[in-house]
Design a protein around this ligand. Structure first.
Ligand SMILES: NC(=O)c1ccc[n+]([C@@H]2O[C@H](COP(=O)([O-])OP(=O)(O)OC[C@H]3O[C@@H](n4cnc5c(N)ncnc54)[C@H](OP(=O)(O)O)[C@@H]3O)[C@@H](O)[C@H]2O)c1
Length: 263
């Protein structure tokens, strides 16, 4: 299926690894010029090279911490300088600290808010005037299934990410019909985020090793396995395309059925 987005330009935040990288690759596979981001410049350059080689698409990498306003501004300014236009935003992020409520500090909460919410608000505010000039702009926020049901030891994710859904729903009404805005709610996927959460559970003495961690996460999924980031990337590309032109303001779980919530 031709998604009819070849030649478009997309910014994907937090995309040197994991779900952001898979989204960038899926868009690049469709001929979209992609702008990728992460804090570690070396890893980011290696990812840019890999996506260029495997997809033949143009890739610009802009390193920086998305908790900082300047990074979001650099992303939009750098994209317009290099490619002259902007059509799509995909907002991914690192994960906020894990832990129970009483283990978290005030700083953890403010940092989590900057990482997950202010990064989206700042990017949208800077980018929307440029996206409006095009035809068929989209924003896809990668959040978590924790917005549907509280997950153990993830109070920051459970609490702060709901703001992204409030922002997304509001924007989907304010920016339509020029720009569609949707969210994806991933369940456990095979990325370094899950490895990190497993390592933290080992440190807390909740499990004994990585293998046990992967088995425990897989058991929580009716499909009996962790998700494949590439398949989530395909959904990002679809939602960014005119094939999804009537999907706006949606929050779509990609979790193998692991959420118990009816809606
Ligand atoms: N994987 C899952 O199972 C899962 C499930 C539900 C929700 N999620 C959420 O989905 C998002 C992506 O997860 P993932 O699995 O792709 O994570 P990941 O594999 O750990 O990758 C995170 C990416 O974000 C970049 N990053 C982290 N903090 C950043 C910052 N402050 N500024 C700029 N870039 C930053 C990392 O590069 P640098 O370290 O070089 O900056 C890396 O490229 C996270 O919010 C995660 O919590 C993931």
């Amino acid at each position: 299926m031709d998604l009819e987005i070849a030649g478009n330009v997309a910014i994907i935040t937090a995309s040197s690894r994991g779900l952001g990288k898979a989204s960038a690759r899926a868009l690049a596979n469709e001929g979209v010029k992609v702008v990728i981001n992460g804090r570690d410049e070396q890893k980011l350059s290696a990812t840019a090279e890999e996506i260029r080689e495997t997809t033949g698409s143009k890739v610009l990498s802009i390193a920086g911490d998305i908790k900082e306003r300047e990074t979001l501004e650099d992303l939009v300014d750098g994209t317009l300088d290099r490619f002259g236009k902007l059509d799509h935003l995909v907002t991914s992020a690192g994960g906020p600290a894990s832990g129970n409520t009483l283990d978290t500090s005030e700083e953890d909460w403010y940092e989590g808010f900057d990482l997950l919410v202010m990064s989206v608000f700042r990017l949208v505010k800077k980018a929307v005037p440029s996206i409006r000039k095009g035809d068929g702009g989209t924003i896809v926020n990668i959040t978590s299934r924790s917005v549907k049901e509280a997950l153990d030891s993830l109070v920051l994710s459970n609490s702060i990410r709901l703001s992204v859904i409030g922002l997304e729903k509001t924007l989907s009404r304010e920016l339509a019909p020029e720009i569609r805005v949707n969210s994806i709610l991933p369940g456990p996927h095979q990325t370094s985020r899950i490895d990190g959460l497993i390592d933290q559970a080992i440190e807390r003495g909740e499990i004994e090793g990585r293998q046990q961690g992967i088995e425990e996460w897989s058991k929580s999924v009716p499909m009996g396995k962790l998700g494949d980031p590439e398949k989530l990337g395909s959904l990002v590309a679809f939602l960014s395309s005119p094939r999804a032109s009537f999907i706006n303001g949606a929050a779509i779980p990609v979790d193998g059925g692991s959420s118990r919530s009816n809606l």
